[in-house]
Design a protein around this ligand. Sequence first.
Ligand code: 6GU
Length: 233
Amino acid sequence: MLQIDVISIFPEYLSPLKLSLLGKAQDKGLVSINIHDLRDQTNDVHKSVDDTPYGGGAGMVMTAEPWAAAIDQITNDQDEVDLIILTPAGEKFNQKMAETFANKSHLIFACGRYEGIDARVGEYYAGKSNFKIHQVSIGDYVLGGGEVAAMVIIEATTRLIPGVLGNPDSLKEESHSITGANDEVLVEYPNYTKPASWRGLEVPEVLLSGNHGEIAKWRKAQAERRTQQLNKE
Ligand code: 6GU
């Protein structure tokens, strides 16, 4: 079973992880998700988790010790851990990364806020042989914190775990899992359902033909066309 721990100063922000597909996956014992409040690791009355940046500049930086205390509490030396630090300065998340994470045994998500987490947290755990550190971003824009990014990554990752989706065939021909003639990653072809005629718009004839070879050819061509269109924009 995949163990997921998420550390945040806004644990309630992550409550959607209990819902829908992910809630069911946890009930089925396929994944275990635990949310941790970073402020539980502070000792002062103000439960402070940030301080001014060395070198000056605007904003606050999250101090290292509460993060390390939280991570140490969740792990032991035998545990193989992938520590995912959410930051707009990280490597861009994609489907391939989701596939990598889905094959791991223990993921810890560190949701930074403010100007981010003291860089020595990543450095410290990178020095431990049982840890692998990933600095990850979900796109070229800035969020208020890593919580939503963690939920994006957790949703994309956990649906790839066998048994999580009701119909595993759903994974076969979806966007980013289809490859073109030169092995490039394609987005999905357009989908249609009943009725065949709707507000004057018709479903493409080939999809009604029952000719599976022609349908597969048409879908591949549509996926290629859509992908080209996106890459132009
Ligand atoms: Cl992971 N964090 C924040 N704060 N902003 C982001 C992001 C992460 N990915 C894209 N923007």
